[in-house]
Ligand binder design. Structure first.
Ligand SMILES: Cc1cc2nc3c(=O)[nH]c(=O)nc-3n(C[C@H](O)[C@H](O)[C@H](O)COP(=O)(O)OP(=O)(O)OC[C@H]3O[C@@H](n4cnc5c(N)ncnc54)[C@H](O)[C@@H]3O)c2cc1C
Length: 575
């Protein structure tokens, strides 16, 4: 299929602040930028309101002290740093712990209806790695309420929303960002966004693994876009495997079973009826951190004590049925409808599922600006807050705290910046790249390449890793890149999912390579990164973040020092 010159084929929109992604981070950024007088555009791959945030179940972590009055930001800071095995950016962890309660109260003022304590305050539940009951929640549908609230407010304040539109390239002028290029998913027509500031809020990369809780949208686009423009990616080896995904029936494998089940008192047992967490973390048991629980389940299965379908039993049936239905309505329906299991009477079968990316675009702790001027990032696409492992509930609070900061500083940046010039050569290059799969006759299907990518990452870059597997993964990724460059697409650009996947594959492969090379370099086990050949923590590696940057066409790996925690905060981290 041939294309007319791109310039005759695209529409152009202009904004002060362009936000790529309409999940919690993107919407919170949009509200803040609007509040500071910016003309804001928000682009999203799917419909507004259908981002990952809407799937969030368990809650938002914020030290409000409504249930456990001893809770405060200092304890939240300490829990986050300990959970992240001290690889976190301490300043981000401090800002996050200090600002999260205000961000939750603000949501409430905008109309979010949380579950309540008897005294009428926002109810908070226990979650793994949190010292106190800290997760503000709405049953197990917290993300839905959060998105609904942010979206309503955004529509009221007024931003331009470009739905079902995929950004495939960031545009630059000199060393600064100048906008973005992409296509409408339905018509396949090209679109150009001119912007003084751009915020990446595109989420994670879970779709590069076979068993995942993530949806089709999580193909690492924002990280790859930023990397292509010269931004640094950081901590890419840290991929979180949530301990509890569905394992049966096969069609629903990986779908998340919220940690709220354990927060509400659910117990984990193996085939022999043993509460095996006693062996792995006798103090915290089921409320240990996700990395520990995921490895525990994996180990039980590997050593022959797994359930019929290769998982563990998660049981909440000791609680009254009405309580389970009220506190975990989505889980109740999920198991009844998808697995024919009534969780008020029977245990669930669960196993690890790829869930969350701790690594991402390196940002400044105060402003959320990346290493490229004018390019900001927030939410799961950004790195730094969670270090080597994220605590449950800390993502939704991250979106609010750093989404707000990204919007604020993106608006300020736009206020002091002249409108950029758009370089048509960059647009032509973006259009050529998108057209390429139509011009390869007889190539293979992008679905075959994605399937093999998922197998590679699942089998060689999974929960337990070793040098030989990781190097094999890199070799496989090289072959997959060559295959992805040759895939061919039938038909036209009118709603063509195969064509969409052909482009998404490029992002997935870039990010997967960054994960693999970072994982090879880190010769220790820390948080979510478990090396069978290096099972211990290494103090030297505890002082280094891995960063990945593009030099010409080469991916370069470097180390940078973890910012030193100031003395007054160090005291908080001591036992
Ligand atoms: C099932 C599930 C349950 C969870 N439960 C919790 C919980 O209880 N508590 C908690 O703290 N965390 C939870 N998490 C994690 C949390 O929900 C996510 O980390 C968080 O919502 C990510 O928000 P975000 O704004 O960064 O990205 P998202 O909400 O995923 O939004 C990404 C946006 O980017 C858009 N996008 C992506 N690529 C492009 C592109 N190329 N062009 C244009 N747009 C693009 C998408 O369309 C989407 O609008 C859960 C995650 C899952 C999957």
């Amino acid at each position: 299929m041939s294309l007319a010159p791109a310039s005759s084929k695209y529409e152009t929109h202009e904004h002060d602040v362009l936000i790529i992604g309409a999940g919690g981070a993107g919407l919170r950024a949009a509200l803040e930028a609007l509040g500071h007088g910016a003309r804001v555009g928000v682009v999203c791959k799917s419909l507004l309101g259908k981002a990952h945030t809407v799937m969030a179940e368990g809650g938002i972590a914020a030290a409000m002290g409504n249930v456990d009055s001893a809770d405060d930001w200092k304890t939240h800071f300490r829990d986050t740093m300990r959970g992240g095995k001290f690889l976190n950016n301490w300043r981000m962890a401090q800002i996050h712990a200090q600002e999260a309660p205000d961000r939750v109260r603000e949501l409430e003022q905008w109309g979010a209806l949380f579950d309540r304590t008897d005294a009428g305050n926002i109810l908070q539940r226990a979650f793994g790695g949190h010292t106190y009951k800290r997760l503000c929640h709405v049953g197990d549908r917290t993300g839905l309420e959060m998105i609904r609230t942010l979206q309503d407010r955004g529509v009221e304040l007024g931003f331009d929303c470009y739905m079902e539109c995929t950004v495939t390239r960031l545009l630059s002028e000199g060393d600064r960002v100048a906008g973005a290029f992409g296509y409408w998913r339905e018509s396949g027509r090209f679109v150009v966004f001119k912007a003084k500031s751009v915020v990446i809020a595109t989420g994670g990369i879970g779709k590069a693994w076979r068993v995942t809780s993530n949806s089709w949208e999580y193909t690492g686009d924002g990280m790859a876009l930023a990397y292509d423009l010269g931004a640094e990616l950081m901590d890419m080896e840290f991929v979180q495997f949530h301990p509890t995904g569905m394992v049966w029936p096969p069609g629903v494998q990986g779908i998340l079973v919220t940690e709220a089940v354990r927060g509400e008192g659910g117990t984990l047992k193996n085939r022999l009826g043993e509460r095996f967490m006693e062996k792995y973390d006798p103090k915290r048991m089921e409320l240990s951190t996700r990395d520990v629980v995921a490895r525990a389940i994996y180990t039980e299965v590997r050593e022959g004590r797994g359930t019929e379908h290769g998982g563990a039993y998660l049981d909440i049936s000791q609680k009254p049925a009405e309580y389970v239905k009220r506190k975990l309505p989505s889980m109740y329906h999920q198991f009844l409808e998808l697995a024919d299991v009534d969780i008020t009477k029977h245990p669930m079968e669960v196993g690890p599922t790829c869930h969350y990316m701790m690594g991402g675009i390196r940002v400044d702790a105060e402003t959320a600006e990346s290493t490229v001027p004018g390019l900001f990032a927030a939410g799961e696409a950004a790195a730094g807050l969670h270090g080597a492992n994220r605590l449950g509930g800390n993502s939704l609070s991250d979106l609010l705290v750093f989404g707000r900061r990204a919007g604020l500083f993106a608006a300020e940046h736009a206020n002091r910046t002249a409108p950029p010039a758009i370089d048509s050569a960059q647009i032509e290059a973006g259009a050529r790249e998108l057209a390429a799969p139509f011009e390869h006759a007889g190539g293979e299907s992008p679905y075959a390449v994605q399937r093999d990518l998922q197998e590679t990452m699942q089998n060689l870059v999974g929960i337990f890793r070793n040098d030989a597997d990781l190097k094999k993964a890199l070799e496989e990724l090289e072959k997959l890149k060559a295959r992805a460059d040759r895939v061919s697409i039938e038909g036209s650009r009118l709603y063509n999912p195969g064509w969409h996947l052909a482009r998404d594959l490029q992002s997935m492969l870039t990010v997967a390579e960054a994960v693999a090379i970072s994982a090879i370099a880190r010769t220790e086990s820390r948080g979510a990164h478990s090396r069978i050949d290096f099972p211990q923590l290494d103090a030297e590696w505890g002082r280094k973040n891995n960063t990945v940057v593009r030099e010409n066409t080469e991916m370069k790996l470097r180390q940078s020092p973890v910012p030193a925690v100031p003395d007054e905060l160090k005291q908080l981290l001591a036992d």
